[in-house]
Design a protein around this ligand. Sequence first.
Ligand code: ZN
Length: 552
Amino acid sequence: MQKLEPARGKNKTTAWMAGALSAAMLLGTGAQSAVAAEQPDIEAQNVIILIPDGMGMDGTTLARWYNGGEALAMDEMASGLVRTYSADAAIADSAPAGTAFATGHKSHTGYVGVLPDKNTMPGLEAIASGDEKKPVANVLEAARLAGKSTGIIATSEIMHATPAAFSAHYPDRGNYDALSEQQVYAGIDVVLGGGAKYFTAKEREDGEDLQAVIEDLGYDLVKNPAELNASDSDKLWGMFADSAMSYEMDRNPEEQPSLAEMTSKAIDVLDRNEDGFFLMVEGSKVDWAAHANDPIGIISDVNAFDDAVGEALEFAKADGNTMVIAVTDHANGGISIGDRATTGTYDTEPLETFIAPLLKAKLTGEGVEAKLATPRTNNNIKQVMAEYYGIADLTNKEVEAIRRADAGRLNGVIGPMISERAHIGWTSGGHTGGDVVLYSYAPNGQKLSGLLENTDIAREMASALGVDLDAVTKQLFVPAEAAFEAKGAQVTTDDSDAANPVLVVTKGNNTLRLPVFKSVAELNGQSVQLDGNVIHNGQQFFLPQDAIDLLP
Ligand SMILES: [Zn+2]
């Protein structure tokens, strides 16, 4: 049992105890809020959460200086801190980190929307035997069942870990087939991002043409900004790239919308629902740039993210009934303004030391790849680096590294070269374990404040929307076999198409077929729409209660 360290002073101790008790009651298996501050009772018809994946604090500061020092849109929302660790690690992977924001439960590396096998970090309650990898409801599902419209947006492929955590359940973030099929059948109103190829029969092991299914389900499927803007459909699916979308700095505005444009369009569509909406927006590639130790990619996409926050905040202020949260899922790279070389000079370096080399960049490494000759030559590399980065002093070793860089890997080669010249430091090519800044805005000037757990974010959003995540988990994820056997039904699995297993339940003259990762059952040959998807977690099936109720 973790030793609890309350804030000092009598009054604070009392406030802390009340906060910890109510948080513990709310949190269930995610309970650990030894340090969670007490939060105001926020009510909001709409909630928008924006996640700049992997955004470390110095990266945000760097973007602000790069812009000339004027405030970012999110600056006025800075209100607290969030702990990011996962169920069993001090440094979180995006899958459990997204799962914590979406469901209120910490989880394990790679696990999307399901419980971990074990909680081993200090202060966490044990996972009950039999609950390992059990799906748990997310805020989007709870909002949808409450009659609200819902949306997800990402600049990565849409089935990447963070958007998947708000729309799917599977203990392997790499299983794009499982995650994307659930997204198609999840009843989400607006889905905007990349990943088009993963919805085609050619790329899928299950051989399903999900782009055709998306259109059959009534979505307006749009593939460029003109089509996005022209659409007046209430169900909108945008696929703007085969895999990830471009960094903002490299983006062709004829081919791809900005994150702010996607956010604005989504709000327009979702706000048509009188009962309100829930929207998740991810600036996905801040994280990718951090993995590459690339300050240009970070500045590019922190600014693009901030523009999206600006859209959400402007709407919320005008609307008066909307909560906006902006928070990263973890920091990444250990980015710092100042590096080892400025150890003796840091307090005399002018701002230009850090910013001037960055201002010369016209594209990220990803964008500059197409500017290089094929095959790459030393002269061409020197020319391109001078033209697009103002770097005229490349060493022979650097030229060689650029010449040999694999396709799609240039941010990780050029980023460190720019960092060295701008004295931007890095401690890692991976995620880091520190707390992150919470940005929040709610009606009547309310804010979330103090130190929160990442799981508290889900609980606070659910509370603001007036939905109950635990009740929705019970409604959507009933262990199938036990429930049907209790009715005296026979349960088998039809594996004749190995990539598309079907749970088959028979009782008397009734046959119920439940294809995996879809929300459609077949009762005696008739299609029935379910409240949620048929989930298989690699071990067993979980079904919404209305599927169980189809048999007497
Ligand atoms: Zn992440």
